[in-house]
Design a protein around this ligand. Sequence first.
Ligand SMILES: Nc1ncnc2c1ncn2[C@@H]1O[C@H](COP(=O)(O)OP(=O)(O)OP(=O)(O)O)[C@@H](O)[C@H]1O
Length: 308
Amino acid sequence: MTLAIDVHDLVKRYGTRTVVDRFSLSLERGRICGFLGPNGSGKTTTLRMICGLLTPDGGGGTCLGYDLVRDREEIKRQTGYMTQRFGLYEDLTIRENLEFVARVYGLDRLKDRIDRSLERLALTTRQGQLAGSLSGGWKQRLALAACVLHEPKLLLLDEPTAGVDPKARRAFWDEIHAYAADGITVLVSTHYMDEAERCHEIAYIAYGALMARGTAHDIIRQSGLSAFIASGAGADRLAAKLREAPGVSAAAAFGTTLHVCGPDRAALERAIAPWRGDPGIAWEEAEPTLEDIFIHLMGRAQDNAPGG
Ligand SMILES: Nc1ncnc2c1ncn2[C@@H]1O[C@H](COP(=O)(O)OP(=O)(O)OP(=O)(O)O)[C@@H](O)[C@H]1O
């Protein structure tokens, strides 16, 4: 079995609203897949269907070789799911939280598992500290320690580093890579582009539908977007004007430079033409960034959405 996740045409409806719309994903074992998409696009709902917590209204497939609907209990046993909100007890210590989780799941080798998990996530020296007194980064490490106690083969992490500082996020991602190197598969939702770039591959979803899939390099190459960077006096101040111009899907200032992109190179060149002759501004063609592409896809999905 090389595919850890192999799901096809998953559908989830709430009332008359389809929040996940024929979503398919295959992911090989030991890979880290970043799951990106705007707020409310269906990432959490999809993660919950994959780990057997929610029953799809359509479609199906396998997770760790088990049938998504028929074998939900086995899938749950072998999957670690880290929810968006810190779900541990703030008035228990780190160790007590892990003991509690281990008992709830009826795990054996309790002391051994907890010691190993504490050590692996560098929590040993803090084990007596109350969870409520931890900083955001350490809380997330504790949450990760709790969700790997039962030695899962698949980790589903829902925005695990939201609001965490860059150093702690980097350390958290080093752990994710260490788990993947041990053969654990990771599907992780995030809104951070630097994290998307740390994934082996990416799946981008909008309005419940998969819009882009592949490595960051593939997604950039296949995007069909053109981009230009302008630098020089006042270049950054052109963003507001260019954003409204036909052919421009995104224009944003980065420091003193301006980054502009669009799906049609000729239309984009027409949009920037009025400022190309300005001797104080230098223009150069650039590769679109992942963020450019996701903003473009979001706009396209909005245009196609019901009532969009
Ligand atoms: N139990 C529910 N009942 C009704 N609607 C729901 C329910 N759960 C989720 N939704 C709706 O489904 C849509 C998808 O939500 P979901 O939480 O899966 O998105 P998301 O991509 O994880 O968002 P975010 O990035 O903000 O976490 C949203 O519009 C949400 O309001």
